[in-house]
Ligand binder design. Structure first.
Ligand code: NI
Length: 189
């Protein structure tokens, strides 16, 4: 699913690819924007709650067999490595499977990782809107047992304190590069 996600993501267009993968070139496509979602306590959470602090956005789902747990574990390790600076940053995990990912399910799931990670869900319309704003991709895929899984964008979006897109962290990016990117994000905000 990660490989598919990377290919689909890369297929969005040369302009976006340049913005995402080159540090020098500014993004030519707008990424990010206003959203309203629900946090793991069932409270409303919107982009205005993020003002002034840089944040990262990752789209996934709690039933994910590999990409999501790996990413959340790696981000938890990064938060640990950042020490006190971790509190200058917010890490968002937005569910693309709101049917199964209720606030209660998200709350339990995040307990396996750094609990500073903000698990967010919402109505299907709210999730569609935020996904569109971040140019994220996902797709429901039926499984043989009659259940379903989701293919989804595996990149993490980095946003500065003004909510402006500054770059991405790739799936399975080396830990030291991931940490350097997050330090730069904090320093620039
Ligand atoms: Ni996943």
């Amino acid at each position: 699913s990660a490989i598919l996600a990377v290919f689909v993501f890369g297929g969005l267009g040369a302009g976006l690819a340049v913005g995402l993968f080159s540090q020098a070139a500014p993004p030519t496509v707008q990424i990010g924007g206003p959203f309203t979602l629900t946090d793991k306590n069932g409270a409303k959470f919107s982009d205005t709650d993020l003002r002034g602090k840089p944040f990262t956005v990752f789209f996934g789902f709690t039933h994910c067999p590999e990409v999501c747990p790996t990413t959340l574990w790696e981000m938890s390790e990064a938060l640990k490595a950042l020490g006190p600076d971790a509190d200058k940053l917010r890490i968002l995990f937005i569910s693309v499977d709101p049917t199964r990912d209720t606030p209660e399910v998200l709350s339990r799931y995040i307990q396996s990782f750094d609990e500073r990670i903000l698990g967010l869900t919402g109505t299907e319309q709210e999730i569609d809107a935020v996904g569109k704003a971040y140019r994220a991709y996902w797709e429901k895929v039926p499984t043989e047992d009659g259940d379903y899984t989701m293919n989804h964008t595996a990149s993490i979006f980095m946003m500065d304190g003004k909510g402006q897109f500054v770059g991405t962290i790739a799936y399975e990016e080396q830990a030291d590069i991931r940490l350097a990117k997050l330090k730069r994000l904090i320093a620039a905000s």
